[in-house]
Design a protein around this ligand. Sequence first.
Ligand code: CA
Length: 136
Amino acid sequence: MIRKEAPITALIILITVAAMLPLAYSKPMYMAEVPQAFKDQCTLCHTSSSGMNGLNSFGADFADSGHSITNIGNLDSDGDGYSNAKELSAGTYPGDPRSYSGATSSGIGIGIDIIVFLATAAVAAVVVVKFVILRR
Ligand SMILES: [Ca+2]
């Protein structure tokens, strides 16, 4: 016999899983030209580290170039005065004007990622509480 709370619990679990999916999603076919230091850095091309919030200026140029970093090496996608090639070799973010040699932190998307993390954690907590209540 199916409890009447089962569809609600299933929906909560589905929402939790759906919220976590973008965190693990990537497009490996675009990573061939990406320097090793950026292989797991979604913010190289996206506005958040989850990759959920679209492309930054470098990601847009990368997409427009047919996904060739070589073709956009001489551009300064973020307008911070350093070419994309210089930024990539320096380990700074060519799509973040706050990231350049001497100022390496990339703060783009951190606030959004915290919100996504907290929302996911809240949904997970509801699932756990619901599961505990249903087990009684
Ligand atoms: Ca930059």
